[in-house]
Design a protein around this ligand. Structure first.
Ligand code: MG
Ligand code: MG
Length: 265
């Protein structure tokens, strides 16, 4: 590992392979949670399933105990944007929009990924919100190229979100207080990756760098409020929110989505 001041850590090929193993476990965990998430199931049950899947693989759920977070996933329902605390008392209902964020540490390396799930059938507007958020993530991933700069990703996320607003005829809120981050032997590393901004700024992107790219959109205002539990972030206006995230490595052959089940450079 090489890290200059104010730069993004560069991993060796072997280290990226180790991160890939962690990423695949996160992908597998989210696939299990996706399969299980349906009306009548609690977010507490989904948390147990995620924790079991991670521990069965000999890994550690990175969220649990992170600044005293009490669970292995964040489960954010409807107007909850991120950092929702799963609970046995929170039973999912038809039409809920659930975002699940999950992280695991395998052999010291982190993976971090989030999906937004339709519980039963959601409204077309909710599906469009989730799709718009996912497309912003994909645009950000595509901009994670060697030779570019960090805010090329920010700009791509913002531009894709704006395109989605136009295409859907909805003024989605793009949340900017939260964003992506460097990742490796810690979950949150330098740099902070803004979800909006001008391109061509920030550190130069080089092969071996790894970033978590994670846009959040709302169906209304981008203003958020943190609840008294010290974690749950909700939209200030009660509009629904979506969150998608992948851990991505920059390689000579383009972005490598470490937390996707089937992506290879
Ligand atoms: Mg995450
Ligand atoms: Mg993250």
């Amino acid at each position: 590992m090489v890290k200059a001041r104010n730069a993004i850590e560069v991993k060796s090929a072997g280290e990226l392979q180790a991160m890939r193993a962690a990423g695949l476990l996160v992908a597998r965990t989210l696939a299990a949670v996706t399969e299980a998430a349906r009306p009548g199931v609690s977010t507490g049950e989904l948390d147990e399933l995620a924790e079991q899947t991670i521990c069965d693989a000999g890994a550690i759920p990175s969220f649990k105990g992170y600044h005293d977070f009490p669970a292995s996933i964040c489960a954010s329902v409807n107007q909850q944007v991120v950092h929702g605390i799963p609970a046995a008392s929170q039973v999912l209902a038809e039409g809920n929009l659930l975002s699940v964020d999950c992280g695991a540490i395998l052999d010291g390396w982190h993976g971090d990924s989030a999906v937004t799930l339709a519980i039963g059938e959601v409204s077309p507007a909710d599906q469009a919100l989730s799709d718009a958020t996912r497309s912003a993530m994909v645009a950000g991933i595509e901009a994670a190229k060697a030779g570019g700069r960090l805010t090329d990703i920010s700009h791509a996320v913002q531009t894709a979100a704006e395109r989605a607003c136009e295409a859907d005829g909805v003024d989605y809120g793009l949340i900017i207080e939260y964003g992506g981050h460097g990742i490796g032997r810690a979950m949150h590393m330098d740099p902070f990756l803004p979800n909006a901004g001008k391109p061509g700024k920030g550190p130069r992107l080089r092969p071996g760098m790894a970033l978590a790219i994670e846009p959040m959109l709302t169906a209304g205002s981008a203003e958020t409020v943190e609840l008294d539990d010290g974690w749950t972030v909700v939209t200030a206006d009660g509009s629904r929110a979506a969150h998608w995230e992948h851990t991505v490595a920059i390689t000579d052959d383009g972005p490598w989505i470490l937390t996707a089940p089937d992506a290879n450079p």
